[in-house]
Structures are given as C-alpha cells and as structure tokens.
Design a protein. Sequence first.
Length: 150
Amino acid sequence: MSGCVRIGVCIPISERGSERRALSYREMRELAILTEQGKWADRWNSVWYGLPTDEFRAERADLVAACERIGRDPASVEVSAGIVIKDPRTIDENDGDGIVGDVDHIADAFAAWRDEGVDEVMCRLEPPSTGVVETIVRAAETFRGSAAGQ
C-alpha cells in the first residue's frame, strides 16, 4: 500500500491496492456517464467530508446502482473519500464537515470511513502545515495498530 502527498495526504485504510485510476463523483454524476464510466473505472472518489454523511451514502448508492445495471460487481470498484482535517483550535468534535486535527480524532475518523467500506482517504489540511501531516501519520499508525488488534 502506498500513500501520496498532493494537496494533503492519502492514507490507505484497507488491504486493497491503491495503484488504480480514480473518478470523482462530479465526473460520474450524470446517470449515463456514471453507467458508462462504471464499466471502466477501477476506483470511485467523493470529497470533502468530515465523518461519513448521508450525502456520501447517496452518492455511493448511485454508483452501486449503476454497477448493478451493467452487471458489474460494485465491490470491484475501490472507494476513496476526501476528508478535511481541521486545526484543533477551530473545531471541538468530528462532524460531517471536518475532523479535529489530533491523533485520536483522526484515527477515529479513519475507522468510521473503513466501516463505511472506504479503501483510502485523502486528507485536506485546514490550514496546511507539516505539523498536521506528522499528526496524520501518527493517527494512521494508531489506526493500523488498533485495526490489527481486532
């Protein structure tokens, strides 16, 4: 599994591979496009959230329906989500709009997204800083350690 740094940090949160092409929800929004791209996409991505929301679940249901219409197993499409990690001085608890930027809150968010069936999260940092990246790395280590103990 590989992580990457762009706007933020990508953290694989499942054992599935991460070397596949991704399509955003906006690219797949129209039903015809969703169905056509559902034939070819290896990964589906939706962004920017805190914890999983009903909006994310509805978008994912659209993907599942499109896959079923064309006879494709929805589980064959990896799922990634973009989450917003906020400065802990600006937010008190995790919600649908952002994650508190400390190790425990971020690790809890990774678990929530994993439980939602997401294979990888991409983290947008608000505001960006190397300190937040280091915190995300520690949260990923905490998350992976707790997941291995389950």
